[in-house]
Design a protein. Sequence first.
Length: 214
Amino acid sequence: MEESDAAPARRPYDASGRRAAAERRRLHVAEVAARLFAEHGWNGTTLALVAEESGVSVELVTKTFGGKAGLFMAAFRSAGFGRRGGLQQAFAQLRLEDEPDLDVRLDRFVEFVTATVVRMGPLVGVLGHGAEQDPALRELVRAAHQGHAVVCAEVAHRLTAGQAAPDAVDEVYLLTRSETYLTLAEQRGWTPERYATWLRRSLRAAIDGPPAGR
């Protein structure tokens, strides 16, 4: 065989390692930011502080999150859902559609909501304060509310064997807001366990509606 003069074919560049490293770094920064926002509030938490505590540059934080509003929302999601993404992604991972027992579905969802609102609690006030000052954050919050409503519609569908009550989606929305939990916890002294018991009962009533004839 004659030796070929052709150059050896280049292997395609595999960027998966770099993407994985970038995602780990993004998640780390979001977790650090969640702690700092809870400790220092909206005004006391700067991009420079988050960058310093995370061991990265301010430029990287800005490039990754698009500014303080995007950073806060990533921190808020990190606090509530860990590394599972946003609300819709975390909810999808419950896989309620795979569970045939409605009571088990309800228990699974109540556990998910209770854990989420408890973890998000320290950042709810910061969110309100920041949204008052930052138009970009207000828009992100509005989008998050819309996403919450979409999940509530899915919940109403998944937790009934028939037709959900007319106001089910709006009632599920109200029941599962972090502000609802905080009102009961801070003003009425409720524990997460008491909230979970009430939430289960209230979700069942909201989705099923009043008994026939009432």
